[in-house]
Structures are given as C-alpha cells and as structure tokens.
Design a protein. Structure first.
Length: 68
C-alpha cells in the first residue's frame, strides 16, 4: 500500500492512517483527514519520519460538483 511522506502533496482527500516513527514518538495508531492539494505536514513528535497511508478516500465537499 502506498505511503506518503512529509512535504508531498495529498493526492486525494480522505482519511489517512498516521504512521509515526516508533523510535522517536511512541503514540497509539490514529487517523486524520487530509485535503487534496495540501502537503502532508511534519509531526511535532517524529518530524520528517512520519508517514501517511490512505484508509478511505472521500472527495472534499468544496471540490464536489454538487456543492462547489
Ligand atoms: Zn510522530
């Protein structure tokens, strides 16, 4: 499964699992919503080593033709 790194463009809006660097940042698994066209940010705990994996893609309402 494709993972994305800090600084790369979010390819599709949706829910992403955050994969923290266990050696630097010991936190439980969690998910975030990311918006297409923005950049994946660094983590305050593990910096550049954070990764993001798509769980469920969903078009942002402002980009959807029924609502924009
Ligand atoms: Zn982290």
């Amino acid at each position: 499964m494709t993972t994305h790194r800090k600084g790369s463009l979010v390819p599709e809006s949706g829910i992403y699992e955050v994969i923290h660097d266990k050696n630097k940042h010991d936190v439980q698994k969690h998910e975030v919503t990311c918006i297409k066209g923005r950049r994946f940010p660094p983590c305050r705990g593990c910096g550049e080593d954070v990764q993001f994996r798509p769980i469920r893609i969903a078009i942002h309402i402002e980009d959807h033709p029924h609502f924009s």
